[in-house]
Design a protein around this ligand. Structure first.
Ligand SMILES: [Zn+2]
Length: 272
C-alpha cells in the first residue's frame, strides 16, 4: 500500500492501553500509510495527557465531554467549564467525543447527558470547531438536535455510525460525515455493509476508536485492543464493499477527513 494515505478520525490513543507502546504503534502504522489521527478525549482528566501526546507524535487533539458508563453521574456544568477552558488552553482542532448513547435514554441520567451534549455543541459553535459525535443507539434523538442547528456552521462526524440509510442521508444533508471502523471487516454486520455501500461519495471517513472496537481479525482474543495499524484492514474492507481500489478508498476517505477536520492537515506531515 505504498501510495495510500489514511487518517484515523476518532481514537483514544491517550488511554492506559497504549501507555507502553503508542510510539511503536504509530511508527508501524506510518509505514503502512497512516497520515495522522484525531485523538479524542471524554473529560478534563484526559486533556493534558492527550494534548501532550498528540503534540509529541504529530497528531491532532480533540477536547471532549462524554461519559460512556452505564449510569453516568456527571456534573454537566463542571464538565462544560473544563471543556471551555481546554479549548482556550490546548487549541484543539475539534470538539469530541461528545454525544448521547442509546443506553442513557429513558434513564435518570438522560437530562444531564442531554445538557452536556447541548452545552458542548454550543462551545464548538462558539469557537467554530468541528465535532466528533457519539450517537450509537440514539441517532433518532441526536438527529433532531443537530437539525435544529441546521442553519449554523456546525460540521463534524457521526462516529461509529450504525444507523439506517435514511439516517445517513439526514446527517449528510446536515453537513456531517459518517465514521466507520472495524465493523466493516465483520461479515456478520450486513446492515452496516449495505448502508456503507450505498453512501454518497465523500460522505464517509475511517476510524479505529482505539483501543476500543477491536477488529474482526482479533475476535478470538477477548481482551485484544484495536490499534492504528488496524486501519489498513478497515480500508481494505471499505474498498471491497464499494468496489473501488484501496488507493481510491484511501483518497476518498482522506479528502473527506481533511474537509471536515481541516486541522488534521496542519498537524500531520506525511512521513518522509
Ligand atoms: Zn470514542
Amino acid at each position: 500500500m505504498d501510495r495510500t494515505r489514511f487518517f484515523d478520525t476518532h481514537c483514544h490513543y491517550a488511554e492506559a492501553a497504549f501507555d507502553e507502546d503508542i510510539d511503536l504503534c504509530i511508527q508501524r502504522a506510518r509505514l503502512a500509510g497512516f497520515a495522522g489521527a484525531l485523538v479524542c478525549t471524554c473529560s478534563g482528566l484526559e486533556y493534558e495527557k492527550a494534548g501532550l501526546l498528540a503534540k509529541r507524535l504529530g497528531l491532532s487533539f480533540a477536547a471532549g465531554a462524554f461519559d460512556f458508563s452505564q449510569s453516568p453521574r456527571i456534573d454537566p456544568e463542571k464538565m462544560l467549564a473544563e471543556l471551555d477552558a481546554a479549548v482556550v488552553a490546548f487549541a484543539p482542532c475539534a470538539v469530541g467525543e461528545i454525544g448521547i448513547d442509546g443506553k442513557h435514554l429513558k434513564t435518570e441520567s438522560e437530562s444531564a447527558v442531554r445538557k452536556l451534549f447541548e452545552g458542548a455543541l454550543g462551545i464548538a459553535l462558539e469557537h467554530n470547531l468541528p465535532v466528533s459525535i457519539h450517537a450509537r443507539g440514539a441517532m433518532h434523538v441526536v438527529a433532531p438536535m443537530l437539525k435544529s442547528l441546521a442553519c449554523s456552521s456546525l460540521r463534524g462526524v457521526i462516529h461509529a455510525f450504525n444507523g439506517s440509510l435514511e439516517e445517513a442521508a439526514l446527517f449528510t444533508r446536515l453537513g456531517f460525515k459518517l465514521g466507520f471502523g472495524s465493523i466493516l471487516t465483520n461479515p456478520a454486520a450486513k446492515r452496516t455493509a449495505r448502508v456503507f455501500t450505498a453512501l454518497k461519495r465523500g460522505s464517509w471517513v475511517l476510524e479505529t476508536d482505539a483501543p476500543y472496537m477491536a477488529p474482526y481479525s482479533k475476535r478470538h482474543s477477548p481482551t485484544a485492543r484495536s490499534e492504528p495499524l488496524d486501519l489498513t484492514d478497515t480500508l481494505k474492507a471499505a474498498a471491497a464493499l464499494r468496489g473501488i481500489s484501496i488507493e481510491c478508498a484511501a483518497q476518498e476517505s482522506c479528502r473527506a477527513a481533511l474537509e471536515v477536520f481541516p486541522g488534521l492537515e496542519a498537524n500531520n506531515a506525511r512521513p518522509s
